[in-house]
Ligand binder design. Structure first.
Ligand code: 3HC
Length: 303
């Protein structure tokens, strides 16, 4: 007796071949951790120059991991690093890069039109069984999935920065994601060494829905002149046990990313008091002060 599958497309085994599109901070972190846990990864970006820089950043991050993991045996550490790097290949052609993929994770610019264009092309190039996911933090997964004919094999995988250190993975299931896809994504997350939590396709999922309004409330405290960023950071680290205060974390995550998230929510729910734009955040982003990556945000940083 053959088991009736919940989808018409056939078997989705464990993920062996992963394609990550976008080699920025999140994409390269995801690629690195997936390769470190034995997956074959193809990393895609627009130019070889960008990809080479990402490979360099992954190597540096792996050196930090190896320094701890193989503290007593640096030689094994070196082997670990070259083994992981050997499981990552790069490609500038996203359609070619998905030909063998079991799973695609998209981590490109937070722009619905650009994401839709990408997925519509990938939908034609990828095998039937390939699952598509986005790491978006500000756009509904359902809206992105609408650009494909595989809305049942589409979900969200939302990672946290820095990906090699943060244990959590939010697995987002839309109303159309089928059981087999969702289960495969949960299994993949565990195989990557993450603790997975299921989420519905709602604004901010779980972590950002709580974290971003909190960070914005900290900015509003400053805007009202009620407290200084440095004092708020000290207060939240020592009074609430957070590893970073809200301003340190804003600079770490990127002020542009925070603005993307907030603007997206505000557009969809303009009356929500927690989603109102912040003049200070908009000013800093307008001045190109995006946080650590540009050398200045709420604080000045050594580059
Ligand atoms: N790669 C590898 N290892 C890393 C790393 C990286 N990118 N970053 C940190 N580490 C490891 C290293 O072993 C490092 O030791 P080393 O400096 O000797 O190499 C060790 O962590 C300690 O790092 P630090 O001394 O620099 O600082 P901390 O002890 O404060 O730890 C932290 C760093 C883990 C980032 C910690 O501060 C933290 O947990 N911060 C909060 C991060 C957070 O909240 N992230 C979620 C943001 S929200 C998000 O991402 C969602 C998105 O949609 C916006």
């Amino acid at each position: 007796v053959t088991r009736q599958l919940s989808t018409s497309v056939g078997r989705q085994g464990p993920v062996k071949y992963l394609t990550v599109i976008g080699s920025g901070l999140m994409g390269s972190g995801i690629a690195q951790v997936a390769a470190a846990t034995g997956h074959n990864v193809t990393l895609v970006d627009q130019t070889d120059d960008i990809l080479n820089k990402s490979m360099g950043n992954m190597k540096k991050s792996l050196e930090r991991v190896a320094k701890k993991k193989y503290a007593d045996n640096p030689k094994d550490g070196e082997e670990f690093i070259s083994g992981v790097m050997g499981r990552i290949s790069t490609n500038t052609d996203s359609s070619k890069a998905v030909e063998k993929a079991d799973l695609v994770i998209e981590a490109i610019v937070e722009n619905l039109g650009v994401k839709k264009q990408l997925f519509s092309a990938l939908d034609k190039a990828a095998p039937q069984h390939t699952i598509f996911t986005s790491n978006t933090s500000s756009i509904p997964i359902t809206d992105i999935a609408a650009s494909t004919q595989r809305r049942d094999r589409f979900g969200g995988l939302h990672y946290f920065n820095p990906v090699p250190m943060m244990k959590l993975l939010e697995v987002v299931r839309t109303s159309e994601t089928n059981d087999e896809t969702f289960n495969t994504l949960m299994e993949f997350g565990k195989a990557m060494g993450k603790v997975t939590v299921p989420c519905k396709d709602t604004a901010g999922f779980i972590v950002n829905r709580l974290l971003v309004p909190y960070m914005l409330e900290a900015v509003r405290l400053v805007e009202r002149g009620d407290a200084a960023p440095r004092d708020i950071d000290v207060a939240m680290k020592l009074g609430a046990g957070y590893p970073m205060g809200p301003f340190e974390l804003s600079d770490y995550v990127g002020l542009d990313t925070m603005k993307f998230i907030l603007d997206g929510w505000h557009e969809r729910d303009p009356d929500h008091p927690l989603f109102k734009p912040s003049a200070l955040l908009n000013k800093l982003v307008g001045e190109g002060k995006l946080g650590m990556k540009t050398g200045e945000g709420f604080y000045k940083h050594k580059k």
